[in-house]
Design a binder for this molecule. Sequence first.
Ligand SMILES: [Zn+2]
Length: 380
Amino acid sequence: MYQKLFILATIALSAVNAHPGSHAVANAAAAPATTFKFSETFPEAGIIPTAKPEWLELIKNVEIADAPVYKVGNGLGPQPEVPGQDPYCDWTFTGCLAKDDLYKCPKGQWALTYDDGPSEFSPKLYDYLDKVDVKVTFFMVGGQVVKFPDYTLRAFKAGHELAMHTWSHNYMTSLTNEQIVAELKWNELAIKEVTGFAPRYFRPPYGDIDDRVRNVAAALGFVPVIWNFDTNDWAHASEPKAYPQSWVKSNVTQWAKDAPSASEGGVSLQHDLYAATVDIAIDILPILDKAYDLVPVGVCNNVEMYKDGNSTTAQPSAPVSSSAPVASASVSPSVSAPSTSPSTTSIVNDNTVTPESGAGMAGVSSIGLGIAALAAVALL
Ligand SMILES: [Zn+2]
């Protein structure tokens, strides 16, 4: 099933990659006029950048897990060297979480998180969030921040949390340690230049993270944020007929109904990269707002989202030990797609669960291969 899932994912991802990846859509639009002037000369958007030599000093003499640099290509994401084994706590392989990973809120609270922006569609979402007075967390791609500095600053000044989503939005476990440094530090620098504050938190694209990525990130002072509810909004944006908006809404409605009995709150995955996903965001927010206290992810986890606002130079943290899988609450990457009944949650209370064996997969198998592929790649 695992291989099958990825073959299916390959089909969809190939289409995505052959025709612009998720960011190319926004990149295709002309950047709005801005008076903002960056002092830094940033790398090209969408391309894996090179680290500054001084940044690489931060990972010297740091214990880093010896996980492979996975090969990806032709739409195929990283795959375990030995199927079924996960020696490096890879979230997309097994839902493995390390002790410092953030991925949920306490019972009664819910964090709305939006990835891949800012984009030309972000202001519509900002307007709506202002109107309903809800604060959220944006995981911003470095190249997008440089393209849309005014939007970035607007989101920050509105009181939303800004965090990182890497510079080029590649699979992080497919990058060398040095490339991981570059992806995060350029992303940090872009946000720091605009806001004056260096973000501390990042979300790995596709949720693709293992202990090697965690160790490198920790050496730079960065902490990962995953999610425990996937709206699959991206699937709708990609194939609106195959993945109708009503499915997204049905899932979210169920999450809201589950609020009284749920043992913990949610961190949901959405995107502000497409017009369609912004429309979904506006459509579903009131549903969750009635059931949960909507707060940014840093607030519900009681953490400071930014480093010292006056410095972009991370202080190396103590050597990071290999992170142990969290036994109590694993989260499976959601591939949920409602068929006759909406999936209720992407949380799977089984720490051995794999993406292909989670509850969501049963739903996928019942609705056809195309949706399975879409759902499988909706882990952005
Ligand atoms: Zn993303």
